[in-house]
Design a protein around this ligand. Structure first.
Ligand SMILES: [Zn+2]
Length: 287
């Protein structure tokens, strides 16, 4: 029997919030030349966040210094993967919400599903469970595959760039700290806490400082604890600041929901469509 190709969901989100992210780097970490922006998006997709649908696209830059080892290599807007993990149609804020509600509030997956539906996130119980497992995998980190990706990236670019960001998906003070590697553009590990000190972050990062790869730079927003932890962990690597707190901005609109809206949404969300198993991120063909 012929196997039918898996197809993307037919949901359309004409009013999705649009986020276009640039590559965080201004200069080539290998040679120091100013990077040249590339026009095409290197990825784009639409996903569901706690605040409604989001369309995100990432742009890249390249080194145009012919004598650089990274000549013509692309540097990507890796933070797109912080908004929503690769191959996912849900925001990382949704995963963090599920994780917190299940682990700390001890709510059943079906209760969490109802709450998400009330917030306008179309999801069934089976997929709540799947996202929960994805979240646990992110928290436990350090898979063999991740290690191999880091080794390949270090070989390709001559080293790694570590970045740290903090996502506050809810207004109860819980933060999701995400460590990601900029050049490969992949989240590597996450930690969900109400509050962490610099020392706790340093301890969490220690196993990554022991990896046998050169570190070209570290990256974070201007948050003092994050910068201090990165500088303490990789004292030899220059630190760069990236645009501030774009993740937290995603969570703000949640506070705008009022009871009236919740009630009307509850009535509107009677029959939800099943959520597809897995979709590919939409690759953008080269122009
Ligand atoms: Zn260069």
């Amino acid at each position: 029997m012929q196997k039918l190709p898996r197809h993307r969901p037919s949901r359309k989100y004409p009013n999705a919030k649009r986020i276009i992210l640039e590559c965080d780097l201004d200069t080539c970490p290998a040679c120091g030349s100013v990077l040249t922006p590339r026009q095409p998006w290197h990825m784009r997709k639409t996903f569901q966040s706690l605040n409604g649908p989001v369309f995100v696209a990432g742009k890249s830059k390249e080194c145009t210094n012919r004598s650089c080892r990274n000549y013509s290599k692309h540097y990507y807007a890796s933070r797109v993967w912080l908004l929503s993990l690769p191959n996912s149609t849900y925001g990382l804020d949704v995963l963090a919400f599920i994780g917190w509600q299940h682990e700390h509030e001890h709510r059943q997956l079906v209760e969490i599903q109802r709450e998400l539906n009330q917030r306008g996130v179309a999801i069934n119980e089976r997929n709540v469970g799947k996202l929960y497992r994805q979240f646990l995998a992110l928290l436990s980190a350090s898979s063999q595959e991740a290690q191999e990706n880091l080794a390949a990236t270090a070989a390709q670019y001559g080293g790694l760039i570590w970045a740290l960001d903090a996502l506050q998906p809810e207004d109860h003070g819980t933060l999701l700290y995400v460590l990601y590697e900029v050049l490969s553009g992949r989240p590597i590990a996450a930690m969900q806490r109400e509050h962490v000190t610099e020392q706790e972050l340093v301890e969490w990062l220690q196993s990554y400082t022991e990896l046998p790869f050169p570190v070209l730079a570290t990256l974070s927003d201007g948050e003092v604890t994050l910068i201090a932890a990165l500088k303490a962990s990789w004292p030899e690597a220059p630190h760069q600041r990236c645009q501030a707190h774009f993740l937290n901005n995603l969570a703000e609109a949640v506070l705008d929901y009022d009871d009236q809206l919740r009630k009307s949404m509850r009535q509107d969300l009677g029959g939800l469509p099943a959520v597809p198993e897995r979709v590919s991120d939409d690759p953008v063909p080269p122009f």
